[in-house]
Design a protein around this ligand. Structure first.
Ligand code: HMG
Ligand code: MG
Length: 307
């Protein structure tokens, strides 16, 4: 075990919000068998995760990889104390989630007009009409609701997204009654100063989480900026897999192992077992038929031990 070197101004503990089974797998072309998905989720819980985004109740034709959401929830083991949120875009998705005993959902809005059309088949304005009854009914059923806002730093069609536009969309999503808003850098173009400026535009880190894709190699630096601004919930994906099928150039998420290496090196607690995470990524990579993109997994998997 290496000695941590602390830095001023960081939280003592961070919750890693694991999106591997949802964001990680949704971009995989070859359908992963449901038994593999269930084992994946079980391994993540065994490695110490307390929040695992399990799947999506979106239209099955839009994301065929996650068309087995109902089946997964039927077969998957649920460990007490672990949260298993699922993505839900509309009331049809909420009905399906409720039928399968879901206790936490995530809606996903867009900060830009073009991505709202491409990802949700809605305008920027009409996305709120779709989400409002979902959140209202979910809260009536006692569910927790997270919101994402995508394309926070830039959009492949519209270029850089104005900060005021992101803050307005994000604030409206929170005001529906969501307990948390995850700021999505869907195409990975953000840089650390931009992250701080965006958090400032929300008036500080209250109820904010961050969701960085690593397309431009900025995800860890951006995470550090968010932590210094007071954010304590960070989204990440096993081995750095993932991306959005409806966003050109949206490649892998921040890898959970890379994040955990940095956090533990800084003395920030996560409750996660890094060797078990690396082993899970190595196991998953064999099932997906290619090596994990995570630098930490690549460095540790042959020996499975920190130097
Ligand atoms: P639509 O075509 O406008 O849907 O799609 P509709 O409301 O017009 O309904 C058409 C038909 O679809 C109806 O059936 C509905 O019942 C059915 P019909 O009456 O014709 O027989 N339908 C559904 N069936 C099952 N489950 C449902 C559902 N909804 C409608 N939930 C819709 C609108 C939102 C459904 C569609 O655009 C969609 O599914 N989009 C999801 C796209 C997606 O999953 N993208 C990836 C996730 S977002 C992401 O990755 C970003 C994130 O990671 C953060 C970041 O990185 O920034 C979160
Ligand atoms: Mg994403």
């Amino acid at each position: 075990m290496r000695e941590p070197y602390r830095m001023e101004g960081l939280p003592e503990r961070v919750t890693v919000y694991e999106v591997g089974p949802r964001d990680g797998l949704q971009n995989e072309a070859a359908v992963v068998p449901v038994a593999v998905k269930a084992e994946f989720v079980a391994r993540l819980a065994a490695a110490g995760h307390t929040v695992i985004e399990a799947t999506s109740f979106v239209h099955p034709r839009w994301v065929p990889q996650l068309a087995d959401a109902a089946e997964l929830l039927t077969v998957m083991e649920r460990v007490p104390g672990v949260r298993y949120p699922v993505l839900v875009p509309n009331e049809r998705g909420l009905d399906r989630a409720l039928e399968h005993g879901v206790t936490e959902i995530a809606i996903f809005g867009s900060a830009t007009e073009t991505f709202a059309a491409k990802n949700l088949n809605r305008t920027l304005e009409s996305q709120f009409e779709m989400f409002a009854p979902v959140v209202a009914r979910a809260l009536e059923h006692g569910l927790k609701v997270r919101a994402y806002v995508s394309m926070c730093f830039g959009d492949p069609w519209e270029g850089p997204t104005p900060i005021a536009q992101v803050a307005e969309v994000g604030r409206r999503l929170l005001d529906l009654g969501c307990h948390e808003l995850s700021l999505g850098d869907t195409i990975g173009v953000g840089t650390p100063g931009h992250v701080s400026a965006l958090i400032d535009a929300f008036g500080g880190p209250d109820r904010l989480a961050v969701h960085f894709h690593d397309t431009y190699g900025q995800a860890l630096a951006n995470t550090l900026a968010a932590l210094r601004a007071g954010v304590t919930v960070v989204d990440a994906s096993t081995g750095g897999i993932g991306g959005c099928p409806y966003a050109e150039s949206a490649t892998g998420n921040l890898a959970t192992e890379d994040l955990v290496w940095m956090l533990h090196g800084l003395g920030v607690e996560t409750g996660l077992d890094l060797p078990a995470l690396v082993e899970t990524s190595t196991w998953l990579a064999a099932r997906l038929g290619r090596p994990s993109p995570s630098r930490v997994v690549q460095a540790l998997s042959p020996r499975k031990q920190a130097p």
